[in-house]
Design a protein. Structure first.
Length: 295
């Protein structure tokens, strides 16, 4: 097998694991609440800034920066649900889904402007957890930071699967995907478990951005890039499917890297959109999507 192809395939899988981690929280919230959250990228952006601040300004170890990223993402996500979205849920307005899209989009613009005001437009970077270059079989060259980030992403996604399918919280979430009204009738506190979903979504977004920070720059509009990647993954995998988000993230990473190396390096982002269009033409619900509610 061609050595360049093997190297490209591995790099694509490593990158795709982080795309999946960015997307699973977005998919979780959509699957449970049917909320299309346009502020998800800003949860990631604020998480990465929290990590950079903790490490570069406070002198904390990098792993503490990851904790700070998760905490910041979780905090802003829960605040978004309570302050911005809950009044829409409780209102008598029709077409609540459209209003949540508008509200989260406006929130994303507010958070970008606030981050620009607070942090400026300087590009920042986070120190890596493993700043080494590794060689395998004399032709596979990998960054230690990429390996650590991929391993962390897989562990975190595995933990989310365990929560969804092995805990009471996960059982409540799955009940909400089937019927929010039915879940509330049997005693499930819809607002409480919605907060849990946003907390997990924000924490995973913040962690994903912090894991990417040693590999990419952190700046106020970096969340826009994260949001686009997350939406592509969620649409390809199937809206609301966590397993689909994992598979689609890996697929997107591989397609982007192979396209960059074998076709043209200037169209990296276009390959993801092309893949999304192809999947939607063949399977409108996504690779693992179903027409009903499901996670």
């Amino acid at each position: 097998m061609d050595q360049l192809f093997v190297q490209s395939l591995i790099l694509g899988l490593l990158q795709g694991g982080l795309y999946a981690l960015l997307a699973v929280g977005l998919s979780l919230v959509f699957g449970i609440l049917r909320v299309v959250n346009f502020a998800h990228g800003e949860f990631a952006m604020l998480g990465s800034f929290a990590a950079v601040f903790a490490v570069t300004s406070l002198g904390m170890p990098v792993w503490i920066g990851l904790v700070a990223a998760a905490a910041a993402g979780a905090l802003i996500a829960v605040a978004t649900n309570i302050v911005v979205l809950r009044p829409i849920y409780l209102s008598r307005m029709r077409q609540k889904g459209e209003y949540t899209i508008i509200a989260t989009f406006m929130l994303s613009q507010f958070l970008i402007a606030s981050a620009t005001l607070l942090f400026g437009t300087t590009y920042r970077k986070l120190p890596g957890l493993w700043d080494s270059n590794l060689n395998f079989f004399d032709y596979i060259h990998l960054s230690g930071n990429r390996l650590v980030a991929f391993a962390a992403a897989i562990v975190l996604i595995g933990a989310l699967f365990w929560i969804v399918y092995r805990t009471d919280i996960g059982r409540a979430w799955r009940a909400l995907t089937q019927s929010p009204l039915g879940a509330s009738v049997v005693g499930i506190d819809v607002h409480r478990y919605a907060n849990y979903a946003f907390l997990v979504s924000g924490a995973l977004a913040g962690l994903a951005a912090a894991l990417l920070a040693p590999l990419m720059f952190v700046f106020p509009s970096s969340g826009v890039v994260a949001l686009v990647k997350a939406f592509i993954v969620v649409i390809i995998g199937g809206m609301g499917s966590i397993g689909g988000a994992l598979a689609a993230g890996l697929l997107l990473g591989v397609v982007e890297v192979l396209g960059t190396i074998y076709v043209a390096s200037g169209y990296t982002d276009a390959y993801g959109f092309a893949l999304m269009i192809a999947v939607l033409l063949l399977r409108p619900a996504g690779l693992f999507g179903r027409m009903g509610r499901a996670i």
